[in-house]
Design a protein around this ligand. Structure first.
Ligand code: PEP
Ligand code: MG
Length: 544
């Protein structure tokens, strides 16, 4: 048996025969014996035919992967009409006497190199898209047929790379999974594979001699086993079956409301740490983002992210959630989340130290940049802002005053900002005790059970020795949550819960009975939680 590692795109298992597939290199001749005008009309005809193919692919992708992911083929259509791209082709045709296929290939390479050189990873992946579009046109011009393994048998595809359009065109009835030598987990091919639920690995150094051999593609452990023994085969087959059954059951809940048998409706939202989690949130049918931990934008970098950098991330997030609410929590740095450039001094008690809103209110130059970025993003979707680690009413009033000042500033500058709900994290006992006052100041609360447990029980949440004392089921914690929910509702605020406890199925009924309006959990916990909610009946008396 041989084992090779890669990067997993989707947690899943595929078992079957490997088919190694190499795309035929299209040979394009450089110099043309036609006139530039004739080459131009060849190009225009291929361009029209490519547009038609892309329209068909879009329709096909709409059915298989949905609107969001199908949009990639609309982007391809736009690229094909892009003035600079088409201009480069035309110029080569009129000045160099080259064939249309040569001009398209050269323009594709030039634009894809330019995208690869950009810093923004979202623009970098466009490099593959330009190559994909160009290849489509070149194939049409040279009459090359799009390939793929032939035959009737199901297979695990091994290829050097796959373009998004090749991925959508693959015969789903036979494709068990794929592995590619190149490609990144954030590419559109990877996104499509995930949406289509195809187990896949990228970055696998496969060998052509594997063609025709039995393999297990293990997306959980990011590896592929070639010629596995009987024992491993049957154990993995059992895991594969269990995975498929569970996934199908849960996927059936996409689009379904998170409602109990007696009709109590709750929103199940996603906690995200950045844009890279968005896809998982959408894939698992999040009803919004209940917590965007914005501090991750500040970590692992040398200097503060600019207002513009932040704005772009928040804007894309709000736009991607398409009208569903995105709660952006302002910077919760300090304690265990540190970045050198903040110049934070070491502290005796970091969890009780200079962190979160305390940093923001004492260093308003940092805070203002973030507030302006959030306000600007609110013009592009349904954004909300939330302040962490609140212990006093004054803190919320000061933060709101800064927010208003930033709104005025933007207005003077003529920069648009949309409506923005304002909320606070309830994660300190002090916040619970003044919940009535806080609720008069804000639109919503979000219950942070991680810190609330830490501060209520005086147990450091990061100290592994204290594991058995960190008891989020402690009646003190649960009573605090209930008090906060009641205070919020008394003043017309809605309440979310975004701590880890939200995904604990043994407490779902308790939280719903308390009246929690939204549970926000990690994306993969969304559908299991919805399943739990849909099985509850709150009209029945509480358990014994
Ligand atoms: C919490 O404290 O429960 C919370 C959600 O915030 P974090 O875990 O980021 O501190
Ligand atoms: Mg917290």
């Amino acid at each position: 048996m041989k084992v090779a590692a890669g990067t997993s795109i989707l947690k899943g298992i595929a078992i079957g025969t490997i088919r190694v597939y190499h795309k035929e290199e299209t040979r394009t001749s450089r110099l043309s014996h036609l006139t530039p005008e004739q080459e131009l009309s060849r190009f225009q005809a291929a361009q029209r035919a490519a547009q038609k193919q892309l329209e068909e692919l879009y329709t096909r992708a709409l059915e298989t992967v949905g609107e969001r992911d199908a949009a990639i083929f609309e982007i391809h259509q736009m690229m094909l009409e892009d003035e600079d791209y088409v201009g480069a082709v035309r110029e080569a045709l009129s000045t160099q006497g080259v064939t249309a296929e040569y001009a398209v290939q050269a323009a594709g390479e030039r634009f894809s190199a330019a995208f690869s050189a950009l810093e923004d990873p979202y623009l970098q992946v466009r490099a593959a898209d330009v190559r994909d579009v160009s290849r489509r046109v070149v194939d049409l011009l040279t009459g090359a047929a799009p390939g793929g393994p032939e035959g009737e048998e199901p297979f695990i595809l091994a290829a050097d790379d796959l373009t998004p359009s090749e991925t959508v065109q693959l015969d789903r009835s036979r494709l068990l999974g794929f592995l590619t030598r190149h490609g990144s987990p954030t590419s559109h091919t990877a996104i499509l594979a995930r949406t289509m639920g195809i187990p896949a690995l990228v970055g696998v150094d496969f060998d052509d001699s594997w063609d025709g051999h039995t393999a297990i593609l293990d997306g959980y452990h990011s590896c592929v086993y070639v010629d596995p023994g009987e024992e491993l085969l049957s154990a993995m087959e059992a895991r594969r079956r269990a995975h498929v059954q569970r996934a199908a059951l849960l996927q059936g809940l996409r689009g379904q409301p998170s409602v109990t048998l007696d009709g109590t409706r709750t929103a199940v939202c996603a906690n995200i740490g950045g844009e890279e989690d968005l896809e998982a949130a959408l894939q698992n049918d999040a009803e919004g983002v209940g917590l965007f931990r914005s501090e991750f934008l500040y970590l692992n970098r040398k200097d503060f992210p600019s207002e513009e950098d932040q704005f772009q991330v928040y804007r894309r997030t709000a736009a991607a959630m398409d009208g569903k609410r995105v709660v952006i929590r302002t910077l919760d740095i300090g304690s265990d989340k540190r970045a050198d450039y903040f110049g934070l001094e070491p502290e005796e008690n970091p969890a009780l130290g200079y962190r979160a809103i305390r940093i923001c209110l004492t260093r308003p130059e940092i805070f203002r940049q973030q507030l302006r970025a959030i306000l600007r993003a609110s013009a592009y979707g349904n954004a909300a802002v939330m302040f962490p680690m609140i212990t006093a009413l004054r803190e919320v009033q000061e933060a709101k005053a800064l927010l208003n000042a930033c709104r005025e500033e933007l207005k003077r500058e003529g920069v648009p900002a949309g409506p923005l709900e304002v909320g606070v994290m309830i994660e300190t006992p002090a916040a619970v005790m003044i919940a009535d006052e806080l609720a008069r100041e804000v639109d919503f609360f979000s219950l942070g059970t991680n810190d609330l447990t830490q501060y209520t029980l005086a147990v450091d949440r990061r100290n592994p020795k204290l594991g058995r004392f960190f008891d989020p089921y402690h009646p003190a914690v649960l009573r605090m949550l209930k008090m906060a929910v009641e205070a919020a509702h008394r003043h017309g605020c809605w309440v979310g819960l975004c701590g880890e406890l939200g995904a604990d199925p043994s407490l779902t009924e308790t939280f719903l009975r308390m009246g929690v309006d939204e549970l926000s959990v990690s994306p993969t916990a969304i559908l299991p939680l919805r399943k739990r909610i849909r099985g509850l009946d709150l009209s029945r008396r509480e358990g014994p």
